[in-house]
Design a protein. Structure first.
Length: 135
């Protein structure tokens, strides 16, 4: 398993993103099963559709949202169950500036995804033991 971050999903679904080509290559690996099932956090879903709405338009944001929720390769992770642990980890972080969503991603990566995150967010590289992909 691997947790998918919004930076990866946005880059893949937005041809204008400077990481789009890298995201396409990583998506091919993901769809080939290289990292197993992707975990899509509720918070990440919210970020992706919101950013695509702002950077592209409602039609693209809605279509991508539907695609994500129906993707057999993704398991949707409701965030109410991890809220308290995420809040504690967010407040306790040292040497990083992870957003609340990114803290939730790290929390789930440690608990369920062999500590792996599919992201272009360099802040994750500051976390000891988190495997940031693509490499």
């Amino acid at each position: 398993m691997i947790v998918v971050d919004s930076s990866f999903l946005i880059a893949f679904h937005n041809e204008r993103d400077h990481q789009h080509a890298n995201a396409r290559a990583a998506m091919a690996d993901f769809l080939d099963g290289k990292w197993g099932t992707g975990l899509l956090l509720e918070y990440v879903f919210l970020e992706v559709v919101t950013v695509l709405l702002v950077r592209r338009d409602l039609a693209i944001a809605a279509q991508v949202g539907e695609t994500l929720l129906n993707a057999a390769e993704l398991e949707f992770v409701p965030c109410s169950e991890i809220f308290v642990a995420t809040r504690r980890a967010f407040a306790a972080q040292r040497g990083t500036r992870l957003s609340f969503t990114d803290t939730a991603i790290a929390t789930v990566a440690e608990a369920r995804a062999d500590r792996r995150v599919l992201t272009f967010d360099e802040e994750f590289r500051k976390l000891a033991g988190i495997d940031v992909l693509p490499g």
